[in-house]
Design a protein around this ligand. Structure first.
Ligand SMILES: *Cc1c(COP(=O)(O)O)cnc(C)c1O
Length: 376
């Protein structure tokens, strides 16, 4: 039989640019092979401690505790701080669902707040309004690379005696007043999912300056087992342990954190230059914030059909993502409240490909397609 030429379907693009693709070009392969060759693949392996130490050093945080993913990092932090039934935790409605789910998982009540149109993050004025006698903590969710107004949030927390949990899943590498994120609150949670700035496939970290809390989190993530007495459990706990294979990948990734963040910042700068003068609005981080530029995201002009813009880019081989939906619109969290700014961001936001392997020509192509889609 003769080979027939492959027929491309009409309209099928030649190129495909995903929203994210991890860069695993450093020591990842070598370290993973070390795990396999040594047979140390569980959480009992040297890479776990090495990854934690290197992460602590890179972020200048005293204690870093690996966990299975970013969601359980949040749950471990909340539970470790003693948050549970009868308590309230303030959280932006425009955030990733695991922020809200993990509060509910402890038995506490998530109390939603409005976002700011400038940086898309929780509005401290609304936080002040929502504090009640039951409020125990504020979950400061830093999104798309920008960092919450921590001085305003810390002031409220100090006045009202509240704890602050930072969700740093999207801001690894960001700084506030020249300091790495993760030390502004009582505890900080990170995610190493496949599209995060540092990835282990699935993975997470809880970090804190508080030695006593760190010891408690280590106990809780390991079934509440006494560190000196095997199978003796002093407290209700969980298995949230990271494997040595994930930690091996994480160590290789964190070794290259400055290079990865530098490339992502250059990509975002190029997008901003190419899109200036177009009708889209970029996220505008608060004063003193150097964004991690996790996923470069913009607000489309009011009235633009986001689905149509996404379909146009997809037809030309470029994947995009809508931003998160508001939690107060989800069936299990419907409150009947209205948050006009958060709702507008959720309706109009779109994320563009933002991985370190993109070249400048890719960015030019994507920005050009976005502008063309808005002229359609
Ligand atoms: C990714 C992410 C998480 C959850 O992390 P997983 O590792 O996917 O469980 C939590 N919060 C925010 C803001 C995130 O972006």
């Amino acid at each position: 039989m003769k080979d027939r030429p492959v027929q491309r379907e009409a309209g099928q693009p030649k190129t495909f640019i995903p929203v994210y693709r991890p860069d695993l070009s450093g020591n990842e392969r070598r370290y993973v092979l070390e795990c396999l060759d040594s047979t140390w693949i569980s959480s009992n392996g040297a890479f776990v401690g090495r990854f934690e130490a290197e992460f602590s050093r890179a972020l200048e945080i005293a204690h870093a505790i690996t966990v299975t993913n970013g969601t359980v990092a949040l749950h471990l932090a909340l539970h470790g701080l003693g948050i549970g039934p009868g308590d309230e935790v303030i959280v932006p409605t425009f955030s990733y669902i695991s922020c809200v789910n993990t509060i509910a998982q402890t038995g506490a009540k998530p109390v939603f707040v409005e976002s700011r149109l400038s940086d898309w993050l929780m509005d401290p004025d609304d936080v002040s309004r929502k504090v009640s006698g039951r409020t125990k903590a504020i979950m400061a969710v830093h999104l798309y690379g920008a960092v919450c107004d921590m001085s305003a949030l810390k002031k409220i927390a100090a006045q009202k005696g509240l704890l602050i949990i930072e969700d740093c899943a999207e801001v690894l590498g960001a700084t506030l007043a020249g300091r790495q994120v993760g030390t502004f609150g009582d505890v900080a949670c990170f995610s190493f999912y496949g599209n995060k700035t540092v990835t282990t496939g699935e993975g997470g970290m809880v970090a804190t300056q508080n030695a006593e809390l760190a010891a408690r989190l280590r106990l809780l993530k390991n079934q509440g087992q006494d560190s000196n007495r095997r199978y003796w459990h002093t407290e209700f706990g969980f298995n949230y342990r990271m494997t040595n294979i994930c930690a091996a990948i994480g160590l290789a990734q964190i070794e290259r954190l400055p290079a990865i963040v530098a490339r992502k910042r250059a990509i975002a700068d190029l997008y901003r230059a190419l899109l200036s003068g177009s009708p889209v609005t970029c996220q505008k981080p608060n004063a003193g914030v150097a964004s991690s530029e996790w996923l470069f995201s913009v607000l489309l002009p009011e009235g633009a059909a986001r689905d149509r813009v996404a379909a146009y880019l997809a037809a030309n081989g470029v994947e995009t993502r809508p931003v998160f939906h508001c939690a107060h619109h989800m069936p299990m969290y419907r409150t009947g409240e209205s948050f006009p700014t958060a709702e507008a961001i959720a309706e109009r936001g779109i994320s563009l490909p933002s991985f370190p392997g993109l070249n400048d020509a890719d960015v030019e192509l994507i920005a050009g397609l976005l502008k063309a889609s808005l002229r359609q």
